[in-house]
Design a protein. Structure first.
Length: 366
């Protein structure tokens, strides 16, 4: 009996999460269909790996279901992969509709409350991971008595923005944070950990098992310490000294299928669990650049990841802003730039998204 042709159905917006996934799949020669939601600001559609692919431009995430129902093909084994939290939640809502047509992230079950950080923290603690003290706060309630400093952030990433993340050292800071313009009504309040650095573990869950070969030790962020990583190094889990067993236990309990990432804070030789992202991470292409193409493992029989090579990664468009702001010398930045083997935007094997991006930027200023 002949094997069905395999196809990746990628759903997300035009950002590094999607572009990195397209490149990883393209390098593995996986057939791709892209459902691109919103403006193509990074010109993902110009990738060389999409030349023969179907690309559907969606105005909103709600436009995806009719398209998914239309392009379902029983002659192919089609796997849905999400690249942002909105897509993850959307597909989760329609799991029962889609699971008979596609290989879906939860195969007919639902992530449900596990999309909330508080629920994730409870499960992580039950699996043996260390978490910061955490409580849920609803905006219409009296603010609870807490020991400062604290970190306030949206309980669900889809109900808030990066601007809703606040470090508060007293009640006055809390009042200021809550008075800021925001649509977020529910927060998770955690004991603030004065981190030494952050770790983003990059993994994939396949029919053959859960694999976490390594992660990014974050070195710089922009514009703030809680903004996306602009410079870091991908290392093996052995070098990062993390409790992989407990994370494997968590992922096996959830039963999720696809790429994922786990965020940890490191302080005093201890790693604190912050959250798990049930999607392809914006930094995950660093794993492919290090020699471990995790998304490709969803489409072939490989069961053991290749050897991880320490690989520096950089988001050139944001990291150079440290030089512009005067917080990093040009000489020091260039030293880091020269040792970087993975640029999240620029890729010498896939130049067109970067060329279109900067030509468009120049044209806007003419």
């Amino acid at each position: 009996m002949s094997r069905l042709q395999q196809q990746a159905i990628v759903i997300g917006d035009s950002f590094n999460n999607t572009l990195g996934l397209i490149r990883s799949l393209g390098e593995a020669k996986v057939d791709i269909v892209l459902l691109l939601v919103g403006d193509d600001r990074l010109f993902v559609s110009k990738s060389r790996y999409l030349k023969k692919s179907q690309i559907f431009q969606m105005e909103t995430i709600d436009d995806c279901l009719p398209t998914l129902l239309r392009i379902a093909d029983k002659t192919k084994q089609q796997t849905i992969i999400c690249t942002n939290d909105i897509a993850t939640q959307y597909i989760d809502e329609y799991e029962t509709t889609l699971c008979s047509l596609y290989i879906t992230p939860m195969k007919g079950r639902h992530l449900g409350n596990l999309l909330n950080k508080d629920e994730q923290c409870r499960l992580a603690e039950n699996c043996g991971l260390t978490i910061p003290q955490s409580i849920i706060y609803n905006r219409n309630e009296d603010f609870p008595t807490v020991s400062y400093p604290i970190l306030m952030k949206p309980a669900n990433s889809n109900t808030g923005e990066k601007s809703d993340i606040h470090i508060c050292y007293c009640q006055k800071d809390v009042n200021k944070a809550l008075s800021a313009t925001s649509t977020c009504n529910q927060f998770i309040i955690q004991k603030f950990i004065e981190k030494e650095y952050e770790i983003n573990l990059i993994g994939v869950s396949t029919v053959n098992g859960v694999y976490i070969p390594g992660g990014i030790r974050k070195i710089r962020h922009y514009p703030t310490i809680y903004s996306p990583c602009s410079f870091g190094v991908f290392q093996s889990v052995e070098n990062l000294n993390v409790d992989v067993h407990s994370i494997l236990k968590l992922m096996q309990h959830v039963g999720y299928h696809g790429p994922f990432s786990v965020e940890l804070l490191h302080k005093n030789a201890k790693n604190y669990f912050m959250e798990v992202n049930f999607r392809h991470d914006g930094l995950a292409y660093a794993a492919t650049a290090s020699g471990v193409n995790l998304p490709a493992m969803l489409f072939n029989s490989q069961t053991v990841p290749m050897t991880v090579n320490n690989t520096y990664m950089m988001d050139l468009s944001t990291d150079y802003c440290h030089v512009k702001d005067g917080t990093l010398s040009r000489k020091y930045w260039f030293y880091d730039f020269r040792k970087t083997k993975c640029q999240l935007n620029f890729n010498r094997h896939d130049l067109m998204p970067t060329i279109y991006y900067y030509v468009n930027k120049i044209m806007k200023h003419i």
